[in-house]
Design a protein around this ligand. Structure first.
Ligand code: ATP
Ligand code: MG
Length: 292
């Protein structure tokens, strides 16, 4: 079964026609089960590791993968599985929670900018500056209680933020950071099932947080905020992927397919050894062989 098409199926690179309701959270395309998908996922993981090694050796491109989702959509698990084969030296994961006092002293792109991946690296943002048009939009009091000068808080603020994000991503792209954005699209029913599991199964209790139930009450507001966010920030060189998230095994397969696709497009290869370097290598070898 071909994995290649999966990346295209869920890709949104122009927001104009985008409607969240056109995407089914329970979709598994033609994949029937976890077992059915397992070998394809393992292949994707191995291929990612192979290409990451070249990305690192080449030291030119950086890759930024952004994950956004409602609680319990499976961001953490997906990141853990999909990146399980890669060399930790070339990959960094950052989770962004409520901003600290210090972070609030700066513009809204500051804290994430400090953690952008270096060339040759894959950076993963578990939540990101997109929270600034999601949770902050759903709870505008966060804005009012923040440090923004009041005259700058107008009805245009969300569109202004979209514009800033688009321009920021354009800048990063033009300078060699490849950006791919994932929205893990879980249904309200599946979220309920997962919350209940967290409450009922002792080994999952630690994952439960009372805030999760509070945020669930704002489900529709969040869905609207996500839809508007994707409409306004989907771009050819910084696309969103609306990944079905009711079946974790499928979420992981799609994410892995996107990462493989992205790295393949970069046409990565190990740096060529020039004649001077070749000479150096040969001299070193000779010296080692001469040792008694
Ligand atoms: P987990 O899977 O462990 O629940 P999480 O990413 O949900 O991981 P939490 O500590 O539960 O982590 O929640 C982080 C919270 O921080 C989220 O509710 C998120 O909306 C909030 N947050 C992130 N960025 C911002 C921001 N810029 N302003 C306000 N709140 C933010
Ligand atoms: Mg949480």
């Amino acid at each position: 079964m071909k994995v290649g098409k999966l990346a295209k199926t869920y890709r949104v690179d122009s927001g104009k026609q985008f409607r969240l309701k056109d995407f089914d959270p329970a979709d598994t395309a033609h994949w029937r089960s976890k077992d059915h998908a397992e070998s394809a996922l393992q292949e994707g993981i191995a291929r990612t590791a192979e290409m990451q090694d070249k990305l690192f050796a080449q030291d030119r491109w950086a890759v930024l993968l952004i994950f956004q989702a409602m609680d319990a959509a499976g961001k953490d698990g997906a990141i853990k599985h999909v990146m399980s084969g890669v060399n930790p030296q070339g990959c960094q994961v950052y989770s962004f929670k409520q901003p600290s006092e210090r972070e609030l002293q700066h513009d809204f792109l500051w804290r994430t900018t400090r953690h952008l991946p270096e060339r040759g690296h894959i950076g993963i943002f578990n939540r990101s500056y997109y929270e600034e048009v999601l949770v902050v939009r759903v709870h505008p009091e966060l804005l009012e209680n923040g440090k923004l000068p009041p005259p700058l808080i107008t009805k245009d603020i969300w569109n202004e933020r979209f514009e800033d994000i688009r321009k920021f991503e354009k800048h990063m792209t033009r300078d060699g950071t490849v950006i791919r954005k994932f929205f893990l699209n879980i249904s309200k029913d599946e979220q309920k099932r997962r919350f209940l599991a967290r409450l009922e199964e002792p080994e999952k209790n630690w994952k439960f947080s009372a805030t999760d139930i509070r945020e669930r009450k704002y489900w529709n507001d969040y869905q609207q905020a996500y839809e508007d966010m994707i409409r306004n920030t989907a771009a050819k060189d910084a696309p969103w992927y609306v990944v079905p998230a009711d079946h974790k095994w499928f979420t992981r397969l799609v994410i892995s397919a996107v990462i493989v696709d992205t790295l393949e497009e970069l046409d990565l290869s190990y740096p060529k050894v020039d004649p001077a370097k070749r000479k150096e290598l040969e001299a070193a070898k000779e010296e080692l062989l001469k040792e008694k």
